[in-house]
Design a protein around this ligand. Sequence first.
Ligand SMILES: [Ca+2]
Ligand SMILES: [Ca+2]
Length: 188
Amino acid sequence: MKRILTGVIATTALLGGIASAPAYASPAGGNAPGRHCVVAPGPSTTCYDTFREAIRQATGGRVTEAPSDPAVALASAEFARDINASGLASDGRAPVSSIEYENPNHNPATLTFALGACGSDDSWDYGLSDIDGVDPAWDDRISSYQGYNGCQVNHYEAPGYRGDRTGYRNSQKDMGSMNNKTSSLRWR
Ligand SMILES: [Ca+2]
Ligand SMILES: [Ca+2]
């Protein structure tokens, strides 16, 4: 099933079975650089002061002891195991699909997409056609990323999955020519 996040139009029909995910409040001016933001189905974006709190919220309280430094978390096999294991729970909450980072090498500000796990085939599972719809502060800002729960991520230069792209990958510490260009994304 494909789920499309337009950023401005979100209906329960579009979101199917994950519409029952816990409600996340909309940000109230919480998109300043340096924050740790979580995108849940809806879509809704909520930002937190610390990476640990963002991960706690993104995993529905299942991962409470994430390292406070995102780069340290990304280097931790235990953290990856915890994030993937948290996606196995069938409580209606969407598992973490990927974590996107402001700078290369997985730091310091983060944007966690908790849209769901990904299937094993080559068709895409989730799409965000314009990152402005969830957080304009993140347009042309992503510089590294890591997929979880079976997800590979494709990053596109322009809205609507157009322009240059990274191709579907599980992780990049350095996005090369796509550094600071992402305006739309797909997960598979
Ligand atoms: Ca950047
Ligand atoms: Ca762009």
